[in-house]
Design a protein around this ligand. Structure first.
Ligand code: FES
Length: 571
């Protein structure tokens, strides 16, 4: 057996432990040659019936195995914690780091030489990549692909475009329960993840832009036969990557992160991109900070006309040419020499791909918007930063001064937002506290809270909303997110009171609470931290160790990696 394979330490020896490691696995019926030098490929599967977006990945694992076997590898599939965005409470973000620990330890503890990550729903991509980074073996990602376009009453319906409007649909357009039920099934009519440029599609584009997938993988719909071809070819390729020792750390360089930041701006990706990129960079040891996203990404033209900021959906994006077209169009902003999993550079992988629909993917010379990306705000209200997606904001609110209407928690918000006596109008700034990583806990996607019923009735569709929470990639509005430090640990956000004036100036990257330093000091001295959500189990562990949004919300003790070496054996 080839000594250089990591799996040799399990299967290659003729001693007692070699016998134990091989013998029990033989109960699956593997012949001798499977233990004699074939690279062992771990297929890390986030399939779960409780993660609807990943429901097809059990079949995909079998397709990947075909490719692995053809290339001379030995595929072994293993399950990891799966995170279903629309099902799990209080929020999958609370469990992203837990899932990453599962992935990391499962890879390291087993006789694995290379890894295929089967991903789909929002957090299943960053959690698996984070875990894999902390081990740093040759790794390839197979993104599960978006659903087909939603269809409802003759129109295209994007994931998330309807649910954020239900309150409005009921109160303004008199939608009935039956109308809503029809939209429910029309929104999700095939296997796959959300098909707008929400977080799952953003994550799929992110891994392709980082160089972790075969070229063109991100946008292929889950049910398109070409997705299966891509999975099959990824199975073949990972075996070659093991032979070439093409590890994650060779691909995930600073250049790769800069490329992904540019491409995220070009496709109008989700704000969640920042948090996950920061966490992944922290695991692989690449210096990346919040300001980098603004410096590198905010002057990039927007090319993809995709919901929620645009008109089309991922299926249209794929038919128009997909991510290769965006990469090619943006090549002057990219490090085209960054290496990818197929061993070629991102430049070489994307030479002149045809664009079949310029309505869906604009050219860099004639973009949808000249400057996209995500703006990083600073000010006394967010000393370590906050973010906003200007392409999703209302033009007239991009510079705004308004009176704060403060909600101390989500419960407080739900209890009072539709109170007819609430003193609020469209010029106010809705301030939401206690929705950060520690406070909620888990930093849920609630930053784009619904407007008060009485303002919806008046025809108001957007207001400035600020919080320490996140926002779904499928949502929009003039919404300031990820305020850091968060309110639960005594950030200035905790000190805001009803009636304070707040200034937002996106162009100047400023978020300011117009209260004197003296008064803020007084409020700070009188502030007491809210009680913690729990004092036991994983959630306590999470609260004790989670970092703030400007660092990616990873647990402090998970940053970096421990490599692939494992000491000791079971006997
Ligand atoms: Fe799974 Fe949107 S809910 S991707």
């Amino acid at each position: 057996m080839t000594k250089k394979l990591r799996s040799y330490d399990w299967f290659g020896k003729s001693d007692k432990m070699g016998f134990v490691h091989r013998s029990w696995l033989r109960n699956q019926g593997y012949p001798d040659d499977y233990f004699q030098g074939k690279p062992v490929i771990g297929i890390c599967n986030t399939w779960s019936e409780l993660t609807p977006c990943n429901g097809h990945l059990r079949d995909f694992a079998e397709i990947v195995k075909r490719g692995v076997r053809e290339a001379g590898g030995f595929p072994l599939e293993f399950p990891v914690t799966s995170l279903g965005e629309t099902i799990m409470r209080p929020t999958t973000m609370l469990f992203r780091n837990l899932a990453s620990m599962d992935v990391e330890e499962s890879i390291r503890a087993n006789p694995i030489d290379g890894v295929v990550l089967l991903t789909g729903c929002d957090k299943t991509t960053p959690s698996t990549v984070m875990g894999a980074c902390s081990v740093d073996l040759p790794t390839i990602v197979v993104p599960g692909g978006p659903m087909l376009n939603g269809r409802f009453r003759g129109e295209c319906l994007g994931s998330g475009s309807f649910n954020w409007m239900i309150k409005e649909k009921r109160s303004v357009e008199n939608y009935t329960d039956e109308d809503i039920r029809e939209a429910e099934i029309g929104s999700a009519r095939s296997q796959g993840h959300c098909m707008s440029m929400g977080t799952a599609s953003t994550m799929a584009c992110m891994v392709e832009a980082l160089g972790l997938t075969l070229p063109g993988a991100a946008a292929i719909p889950a049910v398109d036969a070409r997705k299966k071809v891509m999975a099959h070819l990824s199975g073949r390729r990972i075996v070659e990557m093991v032979n070439e020792d093409l590890k994650l750390s060779k691909i995930l360089t600073r250049k790769a992160f800069e490329n992904a930041t540019v491409i995220n701006a070009g496709v109008g990706g989700s704000t969640n991109f920042l948090i996950h990129m920061l966490a992944i960079a922290g695991r692989i040891g690449v210096e990346l900070n919040l300001e980098d996203f603004d410096t590198i990404g905010s002057k990039i033209p927007l090319l993809a006309n995709l919901k929620p900021s645009g008109k089309y959906l991922m299926e249209d994006f794929y038919y128009a040419g997909g991510l290769p077209v965006v990469i090619h169009e943006l090549k002057k902003y990219l490090h085209t020499d960054a290496i990818t999993v197929n061993g070629k550079t991102i430049g070489d992988n994307n030479i002149n791909p045809p664009c079949y629909n310029r309505e869906v993917i604009a050219s860099a010379d004639n973009p949808l918007q000249h400057e996209a990306g995500i703006a990083v705000l600073k000010g006394n209200l967010c000393e370590k930063g906050a973010i906003i997606k200007p392409s999703a904001a209302s033009k007239e609110l991009m510079k705004h001064r308004g009176r704060a209407v403060v909600f101390e928690s989500m419960d407080d918000y739900h209890a009072r937002i539709d109170d007819p006596n609430l003193d609020i109008d469209e010029t106010c700034v809705i301030v939401l506290k206690q929705v950060g990583p520690v406070g909620y806990p888990g930093m849920p996607e609630v930053g784009n809270v619904d407007l008060p019923e009485k303002l919806l009735q008046k025809g108001i569709r957007d207001m400035v909303r600020i919080s320490d929470g996140r926002m779904s990639g499928t949502a929009g509005g003039t919404v300031v997110l990820h305020i850091s430090p968060e309110s639960a640990i005594g950030g200035t956000l905790a000190l805001v009171k009803d009636g304070d004036m707040i200034e937002l100036d996106i162009e100047k990257r400023r978020l300011h609470l117009d209260v004197s330093d003296e008064e803020l000091q007084k409020r700070k001295a009188a502030w007491t931290p809210p009680p913690r959500a729990t004092d036991r189990g994983y959630v306590k562990f999470y609260i004790d160790h989670v970092q703030q949004a400007d660092l990616g919300c990873d647990l402090d003790l998970l940053r970096g990696g421990s490599g692939a070496e494992v000491k000791g054996d079971l006997h």
